[in-house]
Design a protein around this ligand. Structure first.
Ligand code: FAD
Length: 285
């Protein structure tokens, strides 16, 4: 299939993110979502990984399904928390067998208070090094333009992210709602001599409680003016319209800032992601 660096070289990319569902109904819905979103001809789709290995098998299965059934480049996420070196090595071998070309290397988060004595790698940077020593793949990492919640300081976080991005082929950001945060982050990296492509992540804000919860975990700003508009909406349809409008405006600003592409967090739902893609110039076939 295709390396993401080559896809980025060819122009601004569109990508969608999914997570492996937990039950049959979720699997059925994801198939329908993939069917609809693959018609936008995204450059790639990615599948999350349950930190600690809970979705190890399903991530691999869905990566294969996306590639073989929907003919879209598919990238697995891989987290290193709670995994031994041998377990990570075995996962890499599985993906080599499958002909994977790209991977998103992450640390992941263990539930609070849980420790994993057998964990071999403490950071995404260490995981990236290990993968690099074993597989000839394009390796992406997570970027946190508004800082990582567990960072010791803004400066230490930025230095860590700069070092990690220097080792990677590309990065995908945490979702955010202000294009300025992305622009400032990329400029700060640039000032440190890092030119790794950073693809901004966008999550159409359609669900106030969900966005509020995830923003609090990630310490990303959920602008009050967006929350108030969503809270004043009287139906799910109206909230979706607002969410799509916000995401489209944000996507345009990010593309205007020169973002190398857009990565849409779908939460396994098709409609809002499809409307955003269409409005931003990636219509369905
Ligand atoms: P790291 O880069 O290893 O570290 C995170 C932060 O810790 C750094 O930003 C820094 O502040 C601090 N830090 C680490 N090492 C150092 C150091 N040496 N010196 C100073 N500071 C340091 N989670 C999942 O469980 N499954 C997924 O599939 C998944 N997919 C994701 C996809 C994207 C695009 C993003 C943005 C996040 C995803 N996450 C996923 C969440 C991610 O696992 C968490 O954000 C996690 O807390 C950090 O992962 P990381 O890879 O950024 O970690």
């Amino acid at each position: 299939m295709a390396r993401i660096t080559r896809l980025l070289d060819a122009g601004q990319t569109l990508s969608f993110e999914f997570s492996a569902p937990r039950d049959e109904a979720g699997a059925e819905r994801l198939k329908q979502t993939l069917d609809r979103l693959s018609k936008h001809r995204p450059q790639f789709m990615s599948v999350t990984y349950g930190a600690g290995g809970t979705t190890r098998g399903p991530t691999r299965d869905w990566v294969r399904t996306i590639r073989d059934h929907f003919q879209v480049e598919a990238m697995p996420h891989l987290t290193c928390v709670a995994h031994t070196r041998d377990e990570i090595a075995a996962i890499i071998e599985d993906y080599q067998e499958d002909g994977v070309d790209n991977i998103l290397a992450l640390r992941g988060d263990l539930p609070q208070g849980v420790e994993s004595p057998s964990q071999a790698f403490d950071t995404a940077a260490e995981l990236t090094d290990f993968i690099r020593s074993r597989a000839d793949w394009d390796i992406g990492v997570a970027a946190h333009p508004e800082g990582h919640p567990m960072a010791a300081s803004v400066e230490a976080d930025l230095s860590h992210q700069a070092r990690k991005l220097a080792q990677a082929d590309f990065a995908i950001t945490q979702f955010g709602y202000r294009a300025e945060h992305y622009d400032q982050f990329v400029n700060q990296l640039d000032a440190r001599g890092i030119d790794t492509p950073v693809i901004p992540g966008i999550m159409p804000p359609t669900n106030v409680a969900g966005i509020e919860r995830m923003s609090a975990i990630n310490t990303t700003e959920f602008p009050v003016e967006i929350r108030e508009r969503l809270e004043a909406a009287s139906s799910a349809a109206e909230r979706r319209e607002i969410g799509v409008e916000v995401a489209v405006r944000l996507g345009r600003e990010l593309l205007d800032f020169g973002a190398p592409g857009l990565h849409i967090y779908t939460m396994n739902f098709a409609r809002a992601a499809s409307e955003v893609a269409t409005a931003l110039g990636w219509p369905a076939d």
